[in-house]
Design a protein around this ligand. Sequence first.
Ligand code: AMP
Length: 249
Amino acid sequence: MKVLVAVKRVVDYNVRIRVKSDGSGVDTDNVVMSMNPFDENGLEEALRMKQAGVATEIVAVTVGTEQSQDTLRSALAMGADRAILINAEEAPEPLGIAKLLSKVVEQEQPQVVILGKQAIDDDSNQTGQMLAALLNWPQGTFASKAEFEGDSVNLTRETDAGLETIKINLPAIITTDLRLNEPRLPKLPDIMKAKKKPIDMVEAASFGVDLTPRLEVVSVSAPEARKPGVIVANAAELIDKLKNEAGVL
Ligand code: AMP
């Protein structure tokens, strides 16, 4: 079966985020970018499906700018067979991304689409669910284990109440949680090989879907700086501070 994996280029999780001085967004100039960590889990799962003989072809897809080729090259180095870059100068909202991905699904006819449970830049946690709705496909979100069996998959989902196992029929949408697997680091020969693998580029506008934004970002602000802590000498001083300074006792 063919597996489509959606990968997004985001500010690397180690980077200290800087908010633009006009409050219009996050500064991404000269900042290290990388593949959204949950998408690395998605790709790793697809690679394991291929190793297990369940998947035959893995296609990585991203919606972004030409710079997103870096992310696709990383996906190809990890082991994806080919990649699709949907070029969109203005980053679409999750609904727009889901609409574009649904068109790719129509063209590519995968049996499984794997997305991250959320992108760490917008924390939307919407795209996979919207894609499932647009395609009218079953979905298993926040997957921490996936076992394929013929035309269905048993998915273990991480919920607040514990682990839930569901069985869904293919074709299906899966969104990943971090505990699904440990993504591999590509080796140098794989990075070299990835340079020769194909990336198809297509303009977002060519899909004829409505990408008009429905949300307006009013402002973006950095979280308040935390006040420095105080080291107390003993329990008596702690209780005194809690009573007389913090007013919590
Ligand atoms: P979100 O709904 O924005 O939190 O994103 C959830 C998941 O949707 C991500 O982990 C990706 O797998 C996928 N996704 C979101 N934006 C993009 C994009 N621009 N290109 C490719 N995949 C995306």
